[in-house]
Structures are given as C-alpha cells and as structure tokens.
Write a protein that binds this ligand. Sequence first.
Ligand code: ZN
Length: 183
Amino acid sequence: MSRALLVIDYTNDFVAEDGALTCGAPGREIEEAIAERIKEAMERGEEIFFAVDLHEKEEPDHPEAELFPPHNIRGEPGRELFGQVNNLYESIKDNPGVHWLDKTRYSAFAGTPLRLLLRQKEIHTVALAGVCTDICILHTAVDAYNEGFRIQVDQAHVASFNKTGHEWALSHFKNTLGADVQR
Ligand code: ZN
C-alpha cells in the first residue's frame, strides 16, 4: 500500500506572525516537524502534494469573501510557503514526486486533480500535515474518507488558532473517519 503526504496551506498568510489570516504560534510550532516529515517522505519515495489556497485580488462572489479578510492572493508573498518548509520546497520542487496543487476551497480535493493523481499512482493512504486542523485539514480529511482513502494524522504536524476546534477535529478524524491519529 502506497502512501502520500499532503501538506496543506502552510503559507505565510496562514502561519507567519504578520500573516493575513494567521493561526498564530501553534502554526509556527509545527514548522520543524513538518520539515522533518517532508524529508522522511523524500527518503521513502512517497509522493508529496503541497495543496495551497488560491485567491484573486477581487473575488466578491467567493464564499469566503464575507467570512475572512483577503489572504493567499495569487503572486503575493503571503501565498508562499512558510519558513523552512518553503526552503525545503524550493530544493525539492523539481522532483517528479513533488506536486503543487492550487485549491480554491477548504478541501485539497475540491476542484483539484488530487483524487485522480492519487488513484493513478495507486496511493491508498494520505498523511495530512499543515493548517488549520479544524478547517482545511478537516475538509480534506472528510473528502479523503468519502473517496475511500485511509487517513493518517500526526498531531505534531497539524495546528489551529482554535485549541478546542483542533482537539475536536483530531478526535473526529479518529472516531468518525477511522483515521490513524498519532498523539
Ligand atoms: Zn481561502
């Protein structure tokens, strides 16, 4: 059984101290662990998908327009990956097993070729990393479940601005989606 690593929304806007929609210190505390996990995936030959929220400058009809301030705007520094994860991405991005997916909704599956790519590569398990545990990781996990993929989440690799939401999502992954949750 083959496994892929999904790194979700680990960008400056979602993680940096001055990010437009930052999840704060919890997001920065997982930087090192995510970087290590990416290195492990490279060593094991696992496919790695960087699924990154994409917005345009003017998007009045986007469902997030009334919910959140502008974030992850195309071509702006806020949309670049954060810190060590960005450095690592820059050094591995030409590897054929490393993929970048622009997404415009919470889930990495919504409107992207992720499902097709996973099926094509006969991947049955997705390991989820990034932010926020109770928003984009959650929606990606639900879609992965509905598409029949096994899910792995290490709590050291996910974070949220909302501690209660983070804890709730981890238990939902385990108890409702049958995920392998490492705590
Ligand atoms: Zn967004």
